[in-house]
Design a binder for this molecule. Sequence first.
Ligand code: R5P
Length: 304
Amino acid sequence: MTAPLVLALPGNEPWAAALAGAIGAELGAMRVRRFPDGERYVRLDTPVAGRSVVLACTLRDPDEHVLALCFAAAAARDLGAARIGLVAPYLAYMRQDARFRPGEAITSVTFGALLSSVFDWLATVDPHLHRHHALAEVYRVPATAVSAAPAIADWVRREQPDALLVGPDEESAQWATAVAAAAGLPWVVLTKSRHGDRDVEITAPELAVWRDCTPVVVDDIVSTAGTMAAVVARLRAAGLRAPVCVGVHAVFAPGAAEALVAAGAARVVTCDTIPHPTNAIGVLPLLAPAVSTWARIATPQDAG
Ligand code: R5P
């Protein structure tokens, strides 16, 4: 079988090149630009006929990227690609997973249906699974979710061996407990009430017993950083050391990382699922094997 072909959407070139190298794929070329009126132009420069094509696009700021991504996948299909997969280290629109108020759109489901209509498979890192328990509930195509927990645990073991892992809320417990178990460290999970996009309230059990540890707060997504900042304030009020904040996905609304440091975080680090100056934990070694498997699954063309 010909080697898979990796194509990077704009802004994803460095990690797409590293991914291609890690899975023994060819790195192809494509271009995306806007016409003067703002509509999208997409062109695949590397021939895709008969190839297993892997589109690389992390989905921070999804509205900016998803149409070009769909156009590229559709073009690859038209041009005879044998198989088309999406590697999105950050998968957007997973948090609106229910209708919390009358009339709301459940965007996780619609976004899943859209991507499932143009891709044959999907690989991502720690999608926000809470009310949906598996990607299969929203994606009709095979979808692999790789956990960043082993990479975060390695980092914590190395950089903060006196850590107490802290999950801000029930939703984050899956990351805090997995990292704690892998690193052999203690953990606590706090309770969050969200009153608005930037307004969260954190309550905690008795924390004084952990004063000799450094709190390492772990959450999947840091967006406004309102959650992390409230946790930092709560831990500091309990007399604990300045916390280290670890996010899987550095979504970060403008100024959020800086606000977190201003709130009293000793350090803010993230996994490299979204390029950001806080990236310190690499997930490619965890993601590459899944991508390699999906990209090499035999197609009818191979058999023929
Ligand atoms: C909750 O659903 C997620 O796990 C995160 O806690 C949340 O997205 C963080 O958002 P923000 O940084 O805006 O508080």
